[in-house]
Design a protein around this ligand. Structure first.
Ligand SMILES: N[C@@H](CCC(=O)N[C@@H](CS)C(=O)NCC(=O)O)C(=O)O
Length: 247
C-alpha cells in the first residue's frame, strides 16, 4: 500500500504544496492505488513534504518518489520522448522548481495580505501562548530561505519581472499543445502544474497572479490538468484571454 504524505487541500487547491502536488500527479498518472495523509514536514525523513511510504519503504522528495515509482513499477513518465526532449523537460522542470517556485513562495509568504489569509493559518492549532512566536519564526525562516536562493535580494518589481519571464518561457514552450511535451502529460507537467496552479489559484492576489492570468494558454493548461488529474476537485475554470501576452 502506498501512502503519500502532504499538507492537504487548502488555498483553493487540492494540495497546498506544489511539490506534493507534483508527487500526487505522478501517482495519479501511474494509476497505482494510494492513500493520502495530511501531516507536517517534521514527519518526513528529509524534513520536507512530500514523502511516501510504499509497503514500509520510505521515500522523501518528489523527484525520488518519481524515481521509485519508475523503478519499482516499471513506469516511464516520459515514455515516447527522445533523449533531447527528456533533457529539455528536465531543464524546464528545474527552472520551474528551483527558480519560478521561489517567486510563488515570495507571493504567498512575503506579501503581508497573502500571508495573513494563507500560511499564517498553518499555526492556528498551536497553543495561544506560543502561536504568534512560531508564526513569526516560520515567516522569518521562509524569508531567509527566499533570500538565500537569491530571489529575496531583489526589489518587488525585479521579482515580478523574473517570475513573468518564467511565465513567458512556459507559455512559449507550451504553445498550442495540450501538454508541455506534446499530446500527453509527462513528468514535467506534474511539476509545472503544481507551481502554476499555486500562482493562479484565485485564493491569493498579487501582480504575479495578474501576469499569469494574461497567458491564455497557461490558464487553459491549468484548467485542463485540474480537470484531468483532479476531476473530483471543485475548481472554477479560469478566464482565458484570447492571446498570450509577451513579458
Ligand atoms: N525538493 C523537494 C522540495 C520540497 C519542499 O520544498 N517542500 C516544502 C513545502 S512546499 C516543505 O516541506 N517545507 C518545509 C521546510 O522546508 O521546513 C521536493 O521536490 O520534494
Amino acid at each position: 500500500m502506498i501512502t503519500l504524505y502532504g499538507f492537504g487541500e487548502n488555498f483553493g487547491l487540492p494540495e497546498v504544496s506544489p511539490y506534493v502536488t507534483k508527487a500526487e500527479v505522478q501517482l495519479r498518472l501511474s494509476g497505482l492505488p494510494y492513500v493520502k495523509e495530511t501531516t507536517g514536514p517534521q514527519s518526513s525523513p528529509k524534513g520536507q513534504l512530500p514523502w511516501m511510504d510504499d509497503d514500509g519503504e520510505l521515500i522523501a522528495d518528489s523527484h525520488f518518489i518519481r524515481l521509485h515509482l519508475e523503478r519499482k513499477y516499471a513506469i516511464d513518465f516520459d515514455e515516447g520522448l527522445g533523449v533531447v526532449e527528456r533533457a529539455q523537460a528536465w531543464a524546464l522542470e528545474r527552472m520551474v522548481e528551483n527558480h519560478f517556485a521561489w517567486t510563488l513562495i515570495h507571493m504567498r509568504w512575503l506579501t503581508p495580505e497573502n500571508f495573513a489569509k494563507g500560511p499564517a493559518h498553518f499555526f492556528d492549532q498551536l497553543p495561544p501562548t506560543v502561536q504568534e512566536d512560531v508564526r513569526r519564526a516560520a515567516l522569518g525562516q521562509v524569508a531567509e530561505n527566499v533570500r538565500a536562493v537569491g530571489i529575496g535580494r531583489h526589489s518587488e518589481a525585479e521579482i515580478l519581472a523574473l517570475g513573468t519571464r518564467s511565465l513567458a518561457a512556459l507559455s512559449a514552450l507550451l504553445g498550442d499543445k495540450p501538454f508541455l511535451m506534446g499530446l500527453r502529460p509527462t513528468s514535467v507537467d506534474a511539476a509545472a502544474f503544481g507551481v502554476l496552479a499555486g500562482v493562479l489559484t484565485p485564493f491569493f492576489d498579487g501582480p504575479l497572479r495578474d501576469r499569469a492570468m494574461t497567458f491564455g494558454n497557461l490558464t487553459a493548461y491549468v484548467d485542463r490538468m485540474m480537470a484531468g488529474i483532479y476531476p473530483e476537485f471543485a475548481w472554477t475554470p479560469l478566464r482565458h484571454p484570447a492571446q498570450p501576452v509577451a513579458a
